[in-house]
Design a binder for this molecule. Structure first.
Ligand code: KIV
Ligand code: ZN
Length: 385
């Protein structure tokens, strides 16, 4: 089993979700929970972007003891200097420098030649290393960059002192096969690549961010970047809770471990949803409200006999404790009986039959029958003697 480092960017790329704006204390609360979750590095923000952001990153760097803290910077000296002021008291301060390497970004956004891009990247990595013990260089839009050009710039920034190389799929365009091949190419064609950590950073525009991240890991990535609940620009980033659970559940296929405490997943997800206002869709893998619910009678019956019939992840593994049997029109007698028992109510077989038929009538009008609805039915039956 090899260890994969987890780089959490909920507070930077995640906060770039439209409409999300966390204040300093909210950021600190999430950062503390990320530390409890066990991430290896927290990207606390982009210090040069505003005074409030600077203060939030500084507060997190000064407060957290165990986790390495990083902040984003453009390849300009003033960004690096500002980031250092915010991060210098962190336990392992890291600077995250990014510069685009794809033809479309270099031509239209940066208006720089490839040679100028290499020169800027090399000089800013060297400048950052005068202060920071750790410098990550991200070749923005790597997945749409020329691979030989990427190999060249990576080799040169490593010589200039970069300690982590990140190859982002900035626009969520790549596929597992292609992204995996990119990592293999870099491993095989950059002579000094084993001196650094190799990181993947995937966006979810085509719904493949987690699959692409795993493909990168299978081809040499030693760090995965992502966010809680997969929040982030546009369709978001790789969802770290999905990645962590996939690696654990399919450890037969994926011989990798992380430092994550999976039973902190639910708490972390709930906190991020509450503070960002980005509520998780009901059918979202791992943390959605329905992820452990079974509605149809056949599924409920199976689960009551042996959970593994329809559950590959136990709710306890990810810290979910709530009831998982969803009572609706597809529910059967077994699930109903189990629920009545769970509510602490004892009914004779006849009364149970009667209650079940009232429950079925109710499901014609209501999609979900709540505990309160059930109480009403059961009380009616109990008193009706
Ligand atoms: O998606 C991206 O390219 C980024 C970089 C700043 C690393 O978020
Ligand atoms: Zn990103």
């Amino acid at each position: 089993m090899s260890k994969i480092k987890i780089f959490d960017t909920t507070l930077r790329d995640g906060e770039q979700s439209p409409g999300v704006n966390l204040n300093q204390l909210e950021k600190l609360e999430i950062a503390k929970q990320l530390e409890r979750f066990g991430v290896d590095r927290i990207e606390a923000g982009f210090p040069a972007s505003s005074k409030g952001e600077f203060n939030a990153v500084k507060m997190i760097a000064e407060t957290l003891q165990e986790t390495s803290i990083t902040g984003l910077a453009r390849t300009v000296k003033s960004d690096v200097d500002t980031a250092w002021e915010a991060l210098k008291s962190a336990s392992e301060p890291c600077l995250h420098l990014f510069l685009a390497t794809s033809p479309i970004h270099m031509t239209y956004k940066l208006k720089k030649t490839p040679e100028q891009v290499i020169e800027t990247a090399v000089s800013m990595v060297a400048y950052a290393r005068e202060k920071f013990p750790q410098v990550e260089f991200s070749a923005e839009d790597a997945s749409r960059s020329d691979w030989n050009f990427l190999a060249q710039i990576i080799e040169e920034v490593i010589d200039a002192g970069a300690t982590v190389i990140n190859l982002p799929d900035t626009v969520g365009y790549t596929t597992p096969l292609e992204y995996g091949n990119l990592f293999r190419f870099v491993k095989e064609n950059v002579p000094n690549i084993d001196r650094v950590s190799l990181s993947c950073h995937c966006h979810n525009d085509l719904g493949m961010a987690v699959a692409n991240s795993i493909a990168a890991v299978e081809n040499g990535a030693t760090q995965v970047e992502g966010t809680i609940n997969g929040i982030g620009e546009r369709a978001g980033n790789a969802a770290l809770e999905e990645l962590a659970v996939a690696l654990r559940i399919r450890s037969d296929q994926y011989p990798y471990t992380t430092n994550l405490r999976l039973n902190e997943i639910k708490r972390t997800s709930d906190l991020v949803a509450k503070l960002t206002g980005m509520y998780v869709q009901a059918n979202k893998a791992v943390v959605g409200r329905n992820a452990f619910s079974h509605e149809s009678g056949i599924h409920q019956d199976g689960v009551l006999k042996n959970k593994e019939t329809y559950e590959i992840i136990t709710p306890e593994m990810v810290g979910v404790t709530a009831n998982t049997l969803f009572l609706g029109k597809h529910s059967g007698r077994h699930a109903f009986k189990d629920k009545v028992h769970e509510l602490g109510i004892d009914l004779s077989e006849d009364k149970l039959k009667e209650a079940f038929s009232l429950f079925k009538q109710l499901t014609d009008h209501k999609k979900e029958v709540t505990d309160d609805d059930l109480y009403t039915i059961l009380m009616e039956i109990q008193t009706d003697t």
